[in-house]
Design a protein around this ligand. Sequence first.
Ligand code: ZN
Length: 200
Amino acid sequence: MKLQLPLIYFFGLVPNKYLPCWPVYIVGDNTKNLTFKVLLDDPKMVEVEIEEFCVAEDDSEARRQYITSSLKIRLHQKSFRERVLNAYKEQCSICRLRHRELLEAAHILPDKHPLGEPVVSNGLALCKLHHAAYDRNILGISPDLHIQIRKDVLEEIDGPILIHGLQDFQGTKIFTPRSSYLKPNPAFLEERFKIFTEAH
Ligand SMILES: [Zn+2]
């Protein structure tokens, strides 16, 4: 901290998986509870406009604070995906598709909802098709984990993707993690299901 040497911080996303962030600097040392404060100082690590900070004055502390808090938000979102995919053993909870590149972590209660936090119990691992269908209320998941397809989509006549990708899942149960603390929170599902049923 005294020498202000640049360091690398390995941010833990999930056990055994880290995201390296650099350069970071130690800017505070709390000898009471044995913690220290780290700030990141590379604007390239985060896609943020920091020009105004640089032009205004050379206040590196404020600049680092800003970059660090922007990175924290990104790391939080990135680790949400990792944590959810891990909990669901890297498969879509509706169709069990296992292609990691096609999987996403869906929020049960959206980001902007007061309870829409990036925690696993507010998440579902879904493939891109089912994530989009869930977000757009084409399909809903009831608090007892059953899939409901929107009525007009269920009655629609189209090719095999509509049949096997959506209609066939009507009334089936989603796959969830075994540990109860990783399972979707029934209160969140209920609140979200209300939004689905009210949407049409
Ligand atoms: Zn799927």
